[in-house]
Design a protein around this ligand. Structure first.
Ligand code: ARG
Length: 459
């Protein structure tokens, strides 16, 4: 049987069927059809500018490619796995449609620079979408923070009660993380949008191509500097996957808080019904499965990054077919991070924060102990000594099963005679928050400043 592949000229026999199934990529790289067609249109019109094709030839090629774009959109395009990948499927259909001129499209081009271009465009398009989604989520954190400027809860270190903080401040911490994600996505988007067309198979081409013109038509920020690097570089995928991993890590941390806070022993949040599930055996259960899954899916995005790093580490110059394995990890990470950002935005919008439960938790765990120590310092006692006296007060309160502010003035004065009635104002949880107005602190002025800055950043 003759070999009918577009590259089959030097082959006598056809490909083994299981090898064909093993080597094909069209079942997933067809996702890149928009970028493949746009890249080919830009290439054809540059070839005409350079006199490699006539304007009429370029016109026919572009019209055919646009027809194919429509056919793919309306579902009438027939993908064939024997044509391996998105590139050969589109090119061979183009030749069927426009005749021999279709065979001129690939002049001065290789699938090696073509696939690098398509994937760069695809990754950068997705990064733009991630920026949009991260921005919406960050804005949701800000909106929920604005509702809870005055809600106070125990802030933790080591997952132990530490100092009172405002819920707004706690939520804004996540908004800030997301602004860093947006900055990383933006940087990665710029890095991806460099045009490799003209690198051809690996060494460049003898045709008088104009890579700058092609890059400009595609809205790219620059052109390749070294053809060997251009066809084998996948740093842009790695960067996007690292950005995705970091964003998922941020989401996963908030998921962890939702999981803990929704446990009735905490009771800080109630899950909206639309974002929770029940148990088939325990009728009382309302489980935070969405948050758990998002925490779990974070692991698979790390896996995608690891797969890609491992894929690259043994590749000598230049293109190696291993590189075809670059798309699935990215597509998987993209599905996961896009859905997670959207679902978290919806869930956060509807989370019901229980201010009473948060407030009640303040009186368990001595989160105002630092206030007492600072108060004693204000009375002229050295900090280390103040720390020890406060420790004694905590031990006393613990023995009586009460909070520090529930100790009587006599009891406190027994520990240190400089303590006066005004200590109770200092021990007040809201006061403790209000006094931390240092820029970036949990105090209301600082929180207000953060909200204003974030609003401007996200506008
Ligand atoms: N499907 C291939 C990929 O994704 C396209 C490039 C093929 N190039 C080659 N020399 N076989 O990497």
């Amino acid at each position: 049987m003759a070999n009918t592949k577009p590259w089959g000229g030097r082959f006598q026999e056809g490909m083994n069927a299981s090898v064909e199934a093993y080597t094909q990529s069209v079942s997933w790289d067809s996702t890149l059809f928009e970028q493949d067609i746009s890249g080919s249109c830009a290439h054809a019109s540059m070839l005409a500018e350079q006199g490699v094709l006539t304007p009429d030839e370029a016109q026919q090629l572009i019209a055919g490619l646009e027809q194919i774009r429509n056919d793919i959109h309306n579902g009438s395009f027939q993908w064939k796995s024997e044509l391996e990948d998105v590139h050969m499927n589109i090119e061979s259909r183009l030749t069927e449609m426009v005749g021999d001129v279709g065979k001129k499209l690939h002049t001065g081009r290789s699938r090696n620079d073509q696939v690098a271009l398509d994937f760069r465009l695809y990754v950068s398009d997705r990064l733009r979408e991630w920026i949009r989604l991260a921005k919406k989520l960050a804005a949701m954190f800000v909106a929920r923070a604005e509702e809870h400027r005055r809600t106070v809860l125990p802030g933790c270190t080591h997952m132990q009660p530490a100092q009172p903080v405002s819920l707004a401040h706690h939520l804004l911490a996540y908004a800030w993380m997301l602004t860093r994600d947006m900055r990383r996505f933006t940087d990665a988007e710029r890095a991806a949008r460099i045009c490799p067309l003209g690198a051809a198979a690996l060494a460049g081409t003898t045709y008088p191509l104009n890579p700058t013109s092609t890059a400009k038509k595609l809205g790219m920020y620059g052109v390749f500097a070294n053809s060997m690097d251009a066809v084998s570089d996948r740093d842009f995928v790695l960067e996007a996957l690292f950005c995705a991993s970091t964003a998922m890590m941020h989401l996963s941390r908030f998921c962890e808080e939702i999981i803990i806070w929704s446990n009735p022993m905490f009771g800080f949040v109630k899950l909206p019904d639309a974002y929770a599930t029940g148990s088939s055996i325990m009728p009382q259960k309302k489980n935070p499965d969405v948050a758990e899954l998002m925490r779990g899916k974070t692991g698979r995005v790390y896996g995608d990054l690891t797969a890609m790093l491992t894929l690259m580490k043994g590749l000598p110059m230049t293109y190696n077919r291993d590189l075809q394995e670059d798309k699935e990890p990215f597509l998987d990470a993209d599905r996961t991070v896009s859905a997670s950002l959207q679902i978290m935005t919806g869930m956060l919008k509807e989370l019901i924060f229980d201010e009473q439960r948060m407030h009640a938790a303040l009186s368990r765990g001595f989160v105002n102990a630092t206030e007492l120590a600072d108060y004693l310092v204000g009375k002229g006692i050295p900090f280390r000594e103040a720390h020890r006296i406060t420790g004694n007060a905590v031990a006393m309160a613990e023995k009586q099963h009460c909070s520090l502010e529930e100790l009587s003035l006599e009891q406190l004065q027994a520990l240190n005679s400089s303590i006066e009635q005004d200590v109770y104002t200092v021990l007040d949880y809201e006061t403790a928050v209000a006094r931390r107005n240092i820029s970036g602190g949990t105090g209301p002025d600082s929180v207000e400043q953060q909200i204003q800055t974030l609003r401007t950043l996200l506008a």
